[in-house]
Design a protein around this ligand. Structure first.
Ligand code: UD1
Length: 359
């Protein structure tokens, strides 16, 4: 059997690293052919190459060089480059992960060529169709053949949308597989200068709904500046955000830096007092690490991180954000528990299921 694994962005690379490790563990005798396709959606070394090196992944077999652009341009470029590759390679399965433009583009191409599509991290729903990722998730799940889920809410969403139960497999979380594998190593990377364990916070911000509108971004900057009066902040800034936030508008206790490498970042969140973010994956990583996470969104597609884990949705209102930070700093914030099957073995379950599906 031949598998084609597609990845395009920073969080995708983490998820496919676990799948590649799991394939290599069953693939000693090269029983299965695994082709890795990088769509080129993320191309900077700090968002792409550094992840391949630190996660000890082999170089992609193909790079589609899709690059940046509008959603239509980016999605179309992945599709037009992936189609001839799929025709030439003819995999039995195309495996897509997460919810980015590359995920949907690759799924559409494969499905129209009659190639089966496996979606890893299927079924998550924020209920917010203004999020590009929500559209990517819904459309990918409308055409995928097999669905691997990270939490029970995803199974329920898929069932509600009419997917038959035998095609949905609750396997756990491939991003947490990588965390389990690399946490010790990440704790050996030094913290940025001047920061002391549990005496700093981390902020990440990149969601278009938060950074693409000047009113919203300045209200968030105002909140972060207020938080920085109480605790130093590490702010690894995403390129989308860097283009919109003037560094001189930030409090001097905010250490702005380029996007961090995977090991640096995981090592830093594990040692942070709390994280203030609008990311999807970081809500899960903080839950797995037991670090408080305040999410600057009004909804989440990962409700288990709020129900069981350490995540709280705080929206973007400065008062709410500052109140939530005070609750963390006062020591009254809840501890949280590890969700079921977030045990470092999700990718092994996926590879087992994919390789036994026709047996
Ligand atoms: C994408 C995903 C998002 C994911 C995030 C992780 C979609 C719709 N969004 O958002 O779900 O959480 O990746 O980071 O797929 N840029 C660079 N260098 C790069 C890549 C991008 O400078 O290597 C800049 C470009 O100016 C680009 C902007 O960042 O326009 C946004 O990149 P893009 O891939 O469009 O979306 P993200 O915001 O990164």
């Amino acid at each position: 059997m031949k598998f084609c694994i597609v990845a395009g962005t920073r969080p995708n690379f983490v998820k496919i690293s676990s799948l590649l490790t799991a394939f290599s563990q069953v693939n000693g005798g090269d029983l299965y052919e695994v082709v890795v396709v990088h769509t080129g959606q993320h191309y900077d070394d700090r968002l792409s190459g550094s992840f391949f090196r630190e996660l000890r992944m082999r170089n992609p077999d193909f790079n589609l060089n899709a690059g940046s652009g509008s959603h239509a341009e980016q999605t179309a470029r992945v599709m037009t480059a992936f189609e001839p590759l799929c025709v030439a390679q003819r995999p039995d399965w195309v495996i897509v992960v997460g919810d980015v433009n590359s995920t949907l583009a690759a799924a559409l191409v494969a499905k129209k060529l009659g190639i089966r599509v496996a979606h890893v991290e299927a079924g998550l729903r924020s209920g917010d169709n203004l999020m590009p990722e929500e559209i990517n998730r819904r459309c990918t799940d409308a055409i995928a053949d097999i669905f691997f889920t990270t939490e029970p809410s995803a199974n329920m969403n898929l069932c509600r949308e009419g997917v038959s139960c035998d095609r949905i497999h609750f396997v756990g979380n491939t991003m947490i597989d990588a965390l389990c594998k690399y946490l010790d190593e990440s704790l050996r990377s030094p913290l940025p200068i001047g920061l002391v364990e549990k005496q700093f916070a981390i902020v990440t911000l990149h969601r278009p709904s938060n950074v693409d509108f000047s009113d919203r971004v300045s209200s968030i900057v105002d909140s972060i500046n207020r938080v920085a009066e109480d605790i130093p902040i590490l702010f690894p800034i995403h390129p989308r955000t860097a283009a919109r936030v003037n560094p001189s508008s930030l409090h001097p206790a905010i250490h702005v830096m380029d996007p961090m490498s995977y090991l640096q970042f995981i090592g830093a969140i594990a040692r942070a007092r709390f994280v203030l973010t609008d990311s999807g994956g970081i809500q899960e990583e903080t839950t797995a690490l037991g670090v408080p996470c305040l999410t600057m969104r009004c909804n989440t597609e990962r409700p288990i991180t709020c129900d069981l884990g350490t995540n709280t949705l705080v929206g973007t209102d400065p008062h709410r954000i500052v109140d939530a930070v005070q609750s963390v700093l006062s020591g009254s914030y809840r501890k949280g528990r590890m969700p079921e099957k977030w045990d470092g073995r999700a990718a092994n379950r996926i590879v087992y299921l994919l390789t036994h599906i026709d047996a």
